[in-house]
Structure formats: structure tokens, C-alpha cells
Design a protein around this ligand. Structure first.
Ligand code: KG4
Ligand code: ZN
Length: 353
């Protein structure tokens, strides 16, 4: 995974706690030394959603062991760390606070600079550890249970412009809700994906949100999945009311096709509009096979170089934060003040706080 000369680059420790994963990683330049992740998802699964207090407590318990594991596996002593990066937002306030507190304690204890960074931009930055530095203007589509964001990345450390985002549900969230409608376990996304693979994506024509001509002016690159979810719910209801068996695989396939269609169509239109030839996809939803397949086909047609890292770098992890921290440090950005607050709705224009 090493790229170019990284020997002289600062060693950055990254901490991620915006949701249910406690992630700690060590990165030098664009080289990942080790990425340690602990998850509290098992504790949330029975509630059908992330419980912030439960996640916060899990972060508090996992933090020091995960830092120790990352250092041990990377064979690095804490004293060798040159800078610390931590997720400052967006995310859940309690979980973010646990990570920020740990990072501030390390920064003051080690007397090393701290960089509070943007989680969603981290999902794009992590790609550089896998596929090498971005060679110029890059488009980033970050899709997960919490975000669906389309960003024009001129420089991941200094210049990111959000072109669009979801106005309501994130893509993964919509899958989880449809999973519930189909009686699948939480989180439903991967189950709906699997079910969809055995269905007909053209069986039902579900709506493509914000793709009408009237939406072009204001929402060309925004997404909306709540209408789609409602359409699926109505369709299932009508089916049940009529005493027919719900063709679950066809519903899943037709729903998944609608989501993949809108995500890829808008993203490729944005690439064309901004003359961008590289697309990075990240976030936990990029595991979705319907999205992967359609993105591959449509990017090939459009002559766009598609970069989707392995799943473990798509879901939340410390490597994404260390990667962005490393880019920010090398760009010469000012460290964050040690009294910075976390920001649950941090805007995409903010790369570091
Ligand atoms: O990034 P992530 O692990 O956590 C968040 O930041 O949300 O993303 C998890 C989300 C969940 O909504 C999950 O159901 C969805 O991504 N997901 C999928 C697939 N794998 C994960 N949705 C559809 N198809 C998948 N294969
Ligand atoms: Zn995320």
C-alpha cells in the first residue's frame, strides 16, 4: 500500500468515533501502518437503531485498548506520533465528544498538534491510502447510513465543494427502512441487497427522487429517498390489501435499482458538468452491489476512472481520519485550538476546525 516517498512525512494518529465504530489508525504520508476498529453495532442491533448513549459508553471503553492495539500492531511508540487527527463532525454529539476528548488529552500530553477534521471528507481521503494520491480534480460520492453527499474535491486538504446531498434519508437509511418493511433484520441494507440479487429490477417502476426537469435548477445534484421509501410502503400495502403475496425479491430489486440509478446518474452528470475524470465512492453503503455494478457500467461508458476501496475502508474507521489528517498536516494547515467543540452537522466546506 505504500506510495512514493513517505519516509520523511509526519506520523499521524487518527481517531474516529462519530457513530458506532471506535477507529484508531496510524498513517505516514499516504501509507497506512495499521487500522484498528472496534464496533458496538451488536449492542444496537436489538434496538433497530444506534442508541447514542450506548455508543458513547462503548467508545469510552474501547478507546484506550484500540489505541494500544493500533500502536502495537504498527510497532510504533506513542512518543513517535507527530500529529493527532480526530473527527470533529458530522456525527452523534456524545460519540464525537468521547473521541475529541481522547484526542485532546493525547495532544496536550504529547505536546503535539491536533487537527479536528470532517468525517465525510475522510471517507474520500481514505482512498489515497488504497489507490494513491488524487491526480487532480476528483468527484467524491459518500454514501452511508448517515450521509449521501456529492463533493467536488479540488484538494482534499484545502478545497472541497459540496455539490449536493440528501434532503431527507441517506441511501443506507432508506435501505434499512425498506428492510424493515420487508421484515428483514436490522440493519436491513445488506439483506435487501442480497434479496435484490434474486429479483427483477424492472418488475416495479419506483420513483426517482429529484430527477424531474423542474428539479434541475435547484436540486440537480441533491438526493431524496423518503418518497421512494413511501412508494415502496404503499406498494406493499396495496399488495397485502389485495390478498396477494408480496414478491419481496422483485420489490427489493426494483427499489435497489431506483437508488443506484439516481445516485449514479447524478454523479456522472456532475463529473461531466465539472469535467472530472476520476470518481471516488466511499461510505458504508458503497458495499451495495447494485450501486457498484451500475457505477462500474456507467463510469466505463463515460470514460470515468472509478475508485471504490475495499469495504473495510468504506465503513467508518480510523484510517480515513488519519488519511485526511496526514493530507492536512502536509498542506501546512493550522492545528485546531484545543477548546474546539464537536459539530454534529459540520458543513462540507469545513475540512478542519
Ligand atoms: O458507513 P456505515 O457503516 O455507517 C454509517 O455511517 O451509517 O454505513 C452503514 C449503512 C447502513 O445503513 C447499512 O444498512 C448500509 O450502509 N449498507 C448497505 C449495504 N451494506 C451496508 N446497504 C445496501 N446494501 C449493502 N450491501
Ligand atoms: Zn461514515
Amino acid at each position: 500500500m505504500a506510495h512514493g516517498h513517505t519516509g520523511g512525512d509526519p506520523l499521524v494518529l487518527g481517531i474516529e468515533t462519530s457513530c458506532d465504530e471506535t477507529g484508531v489508525a496510524l498513517v505516514r504520508g499516504d501509507e497506512l501502518l495499521f487500522d484498528a476498529v472496534a464496533s458496538s453495532m451488536d449492542e444496537h442491533a436489538r434496538y433497530g437503531g444506534i442508541i447514542p448513549e450506548v455508543a458513547s459508553r462503548a467508545h469510552l471503553e474501547a478507546m484506550v485498548p484500540t489505541i494500544r492495539r493500533a500502536l502495537g500492531e504498527a510497532d510504533v511508540d506513542l512518543s513517535e506520533v507527530d500529529a493527532i487527527a480526530v473527527t470533529a463532525g458530522p456525527g452523534l454529539v456524545g460519540p464525537l465528544t468521547i473521541g475529541a476528548s481522547a484526542a485532546k488529552a493525547l495532544a496536550i500530553g504529547l505536546n503535539k498538534p491536533l487537527y479536528g477534521v470532517n468525517h465525510v471528507i475522510g471517507h474520500a481521503a481514505v482512498n489515497q491510502l488504497v489507490d494513491g494520491p488524487f491526480s487532480g480534480r476528483t468527484m467524491a460520492l459518500v454514501v452511508s447510513g448517515g450521509h449521501s453527499s456529492l463533493m467536488l474535491v479540488d484538494d482534499v486538504a484545502t478545497s472541497v465543494t459540496e455539490l449536493g446531498s440528501t434532503l431527507d434519508d441517506a441511501a443506507g437509511e432508506a435501505f434499512d427502512k425498506v428492510g424493515r418493511l420487508l421484515g428483514l433484520p436490522y440493519p436491513g441494507g445488506p439483506h435487501v441487497d442480497r434479496l435484490a440479487r434474486g429479483g427483477d429490477p424492472e418488475a416495479i417502476r419506483f420513483p426517482r427522487g429529484l430527477t424531474a426537469a423542474k428539479d434541475q435548477a435547484k436540486h440537480a445534484y441533491d438526493f431524496s429517498f423518503s418518497g421512494l421509501k413511501t412508494a415502496v410502503a404503499r406498494w406493499i400495502e396495496a399488495c397485502v390489501d389485495a390478498g396477494r403475496e408480496v414478491p419481496a425479491a422483485d420489490v427489493a430489486a426494483s427499489f435497489a435499482a431506483a437508488v443506484a440509478d439516481v445516485l449514479t446518474a447524478k454523479t456522472i452528470a456532475a463529473c461531466r458538468r465539472h469535467d472530472v475524470a476520476t470518481l471516488v465512492v466511499g461510505g458504508g453503503f458503497s458495499a451495495n452491489s447494485q450501486l457498484r455494478e451500475l457505477a462500474a457500467t456507467r463510469c466505463a461508458e463515460a470514460g470515468i476512472d472509478l475508485r471504490i476501496p475495499p469495504i473495510r475502508y468504506c465503513t467508518d474507521n480510523g484510517a480515513m481520519i488519519a488519511a485526511l489528517g496526514s493530507a492536512v498536516v502536509r498542506a501546512g494547515a493550522a492545528p485546531s485550538d484545543l477548546d474546539f467543540p464537536v459539530d454534529s452537522s459540520m458543513p462540507m466546506a469545513t475540512i478542519t476546525v
